[in-house]
Design a protein around this ligand. Structure first.
Ligand code: DC
Length: 224
């Protein structure tokens, strides 16, 4: 089995890149942020403070998350509900960032994430894939981009989905979430020592894909 880890802050384009790369290589794409978002959604729906590790962990037995792929796209289910769209709001982004700082939540999700890589060739994107989830990944890419570029991408993405958002708010929230995700004690969003840093501030998605393929080819060569 081959595994490729793509980590980086929000709006760096991890999921878009991972999706294209997975298509190109014939691997499955696992967007781990969606799993944390689903826990965030669960907390929101059940009126649980996303910082309250004790209460949330008491609910773990009732949190049934399933991931499936339909036409190559990842869908995520909470119980039997497909929540793939519902988890993509700014409110749930903050919930996800807060629940993801709780060590028990990370522990709860660890094996589930590793399991995907045991069964299939995967491209997994998140914050700690190269450092914690798949420390032996064959290829590790850390994607980054300037704050303003990332905020603008996120803003346009939300607008396109018909959400009523302001650029300034999106920017502020992105910076807050970055700080949360990169300074937390457990599994902070930092590049793995053996990762290749790819800055896509000034290149588009196609060019990012080209560069990522160069990195993959250099590591895996004809093997893959
Ligand atoms: O990638 P995303 O923006 O959908 O992720 C939502 C939140 O989940 C993010 O703010 C931090 C958390 N997360 C994490 O802690 N570890 C991961 N591997 C993926 C996401």
């Amino acid at each position: 089995m081959y595994s490729i880890a793509i980590d980086g802050p929000s709006g760096s384009g991890k999921s878009s890149l991972a999706k294209l790369l997975a298509k190109e290589l014939g691997y499955i794409h696992v967007d781990t942020g969606a799993i944390y978002r689903t826990i965030g959604l669960y907390a929101r729906k059940n009126d649980i403070d996303p910082h309250d590790e004790k209460t949330l962990s008491e609910h773990f037995d009732n949190i049934h998350i399933k991931v499936d792929w339909i036409d190559g796209n990842q869908h995520i289910f909470l119980d039997d509900d497909d929540v793939s769209t519902e988890i993509r709001t700014p409110e749930i982004s903050m919930y996800a960032s807060n629940v993801s700082a709780l060590p028990k939540v990370r522990e709860f999700l660890l094996e589930m994430q590793r399991d995907f890589a045991r069964k299939k060739d995967v491209i997994m994107d998140g914050r700690d894939i190269g450092t914690v989830v798949l420390p032996n990944a064959d290829v590790k890419i850390f994607l980054k981009a300037d704050d303003e570029k990332r905020a603008m991408r996120r803003y346009l993405e939300l607008k396109e989905k018909g959400q009523d958002v302001e650029y300034e708010k999106v920017y502020e929230e992105l910076i807050l979430r970055d700080k949360n995700d990169s300074t937390r004690k457990t599994a902070p969003c930092v590049p793995a020592q053996d990762s290749v840093i790819l800055d896509n501030s000034d290149i588009n998605l196609e060019e990012t894909l080209e560069k990522a393929l160069e990195i993959v080819n250099a590591k895996l060569g004809a093997e893959r």
